[in-house]
Design a protein around this ligand. Structure first.
Ligand code: CMP
Length: 143
């Protein structure tokens, strides 16, 4: 196993409920280092670009409307096996199907408003991190 980075987005529903701090604390407890973190109001073109792979899906419009409803936190995480480990800690897309004590079970309310996003592969993690963070804005090493 190797040290990897992945992208977490704390979505508008969780930020509105003031759960960003609780989610960051849970991630640190799970062994992740927070290499970068910023609170951002996404614009429609930026959200559409980020989710371009879902453009043909029936829920695309709803997804983009939700993601630009209010600010998100963009978070770069690092640890061993970060991509897969974060997906476990995050839980299933639908909070109703997520395991106990996962972020989506604890803080999500529906498949659309599911508290957090996570990269689904190492390659997509690199693409997604680069979409939001210039390389010189991410801490070079975990501490
Ligand atoms: P995320 O991990 O951010 O990646 C794509 C998102 O699309 C996903 O989380 C869900 O929040 C959202 N999504 C997936 N299926 C649906 C759906 N049926 N209705 C609304 N949103 C959905």
């Amino acid at each position: 196993m190797s040290v990897e980075r992945t992208l977490c987005i704390i979505k508008p529903d969780a930020v509105e409920k003031k759960k960003a701090g609780a989610i960051l604390a849970l991630l640190e407890e799970a062994g992740f280092s927070i290499l970068a973190c910023k609170r951002v109001q996404l614009t429609r073109p930026v959200a559409e670009g980020f989710y371009a792979v879902h453009r043909a899906r029936p829920f695309f419009g709803e997804l983009v409307d939700f993601m630009i409803r209010s600010p998100v936190f963009l978070v770069v995480l690092e640890r061993e096996n970060a991509v897969m480990h974060y997906r476990k800690v995050m839980g299933a897309t639908d909070p109703a199907k997520a395991d106990a004590n996962t972020i989506r079970k604890l803080y999500g309310t529906s498949v659309g408003e599911n508290a957090v996003h996570g990269s689904d592969s190492l390659e997509n993690a690199r693409i997604e991190i680069a979409y939001f963070f210039a390389a010189n804005k991410v801490a070079p090493v975990a501490s």
